[in-house]
Write a protein that binds this ligand. Structure first.
Ligand SMILES: [Zn+2]
Length: 223
């Protein structure tokens, strides 16, 4: 883009002047001549002679115009930079936040809605510690540890959430498969399943009997 020009014909002298770009004065031409009977010209014909005094001052106008544009661009850049920095400041730092959400203890403030959610959280924590395949014994240990934190009443609730025909370990295995992983070295023997079934059964039948270790449960403290 070039500095825009506009012309005025002074009717009394027939001379064509530039407008006074520098002072924005409609009564005078760029060269300083006072208009008596000015007529604006859209586009002067090529053979029309432009006032040489006006032409001599064009350089000053052009310099000022370019400087003004440069300053405007600079201001725009500064505005964008401020906005960018402000956005950056409000954006949570990914490096600091991402691992924190992966650590199960970071979620301790808000308790999971249900016991199954709680179990799922333990399961996800376990998955993060393992590769694609989760050894059965690790799953069993983790879930045993989880169930140890529950009160007897909570175990009954959990068994209800799983459903009467399922066991926690069976539910976990399904969840792990749903997560695109697998449990390795899982004993298909009914013995293990029976043990967990007995566990849920026991929880149903004898809630008062503290066969399972109680204590150190945060959710228990909250209830
Ligand atoms: Zn002039």
């Amino acid at each position: 883009m070039e500095p825009p020009h506009s012309f005025v014909r002074e009717t009394s002298t027939c001379a064509v002047h530039h407008r006074d770009y520098l002072n924005r004065d409609d009564d005078h031409a760029l060269c300083g001549v006072a208009f008596e009977n000015p007529t604006p010209l859209d586009e002067p014909a090529d053979d029309v002679a432009i006032c040489p005094d006006c032409a001599a001052r064009l350089a000053e106008y052009h310099a000022r115009w370019w400087r003004h544009r440069a300053l405007a661009a600079e201001a725009e850049l500064e505005e964008l930079r401020t906005k960018y920095l402000s956005d950056e400041a409000h954006r949570p730092a990914p490096a600091a936040d991402a691992p924190a959400t992966d650590v199960p203890t970071a979620d301790d403030e808000k308790e999971p809605a249900s016991l199954l959610d709680h179990a799922r959280r333990e399961l996800l924590a376990l998955c993060r510690q393992c590769d694609e395949a989760i050894p059965y014994w690790r799953l069993k240990t983790a879930m045993q540890k989880f169930s140890d934190t529950l009160s007897t009443d909570q175990r009954v609730l959990l068994a209800q959430e799983i459903g009467a025909d399922g066991s926690l370990i069976r539910w976990c295995t399904t969840e792990i498969v749903n997560l695109g992983r697998q449990v390795t070295n899982s004993p298909v023997q009914e013995e293990s399943e029976a043990m967990w079934d007995a566990w849920t059964h026991d929880a149903y039948q004898t809630p008062k009997k503290t066969k399972w270790r109680l204590g150190r449960s945060r959710s228990q403290d909250a209830s």
